[in-house]
Design a protein around this ligand. Structure first.
Ligand SMILES: [Zn+2]
Length: 56
């Protein structure tokens, strides 16, 4: 996934990366552990969310 590796998931849609990186995106959200309280996105890596909060 290269250039997206360190990029916040929250920014993918804004920057039109989602379509290109849909496979990676699925992998990151399928067993989500955290929620971004700003954007409402979920991810299994809190580092990729801009305001991560753990899911219960
Ligand atoms: Zn966010």
């Amino acid at each position: 996934m290269g250039k997206l590796k360190e990029k916040k998931l929250c920014k993918w849609v804004k920057d039109d990366d989602l379509e290109e990186a849909l496979k990676d995106y699925k992998r990151l959200v399928v067993s989500a552990t955290h929620l971004c309280t700003k954007c409402g996105r979920v991810c299994n890596d809190k580092k990729l969310l801009c305001r991560a909060e753990k899911l219960d």
